[in-house]
Design a protein. Structure first.
Length: 82
């Protein structure tokens, strides 16, 4: 019985840790409507750390703010023109 209770507590702690980690990665741009500059700075820092891309900005996708990373010098050309 003691082992079962210990296992339950261990699984509960693991689930809480995973949930906190998910929340932390989603909340990079959560304050973009309050302070846009601070949110963009946090996004750029995350892009530098994780993807080695120096440019990043917050954008609303599907109703939720998210961090978009991009390489410098890349532009959307729309379509190929010859």
């Amino acid at each position: 019985m003691r082992h079962l209770a210990l296992l339950f507590l261990l699984l509960f702690a693991l689930a809480m840790t995973v949930e906190a980690r998910k929340k932390k990665t989603k909340s990079i741009c959560s304050g973009m409507f309050v302070n846009r500059n601070l949110a963009n700075q946090r996004c750029r820092a995350a892009c530098k750390r994780k993807k080695n891309r120096p440019q990043g900005y917050c954008k609303v996708k599907r109703g939720r703010p998210c961090c978009m990373c991009r390489r410098p010098g890349r532009k959307n050309r729309g379509g190929k023109t010859n």
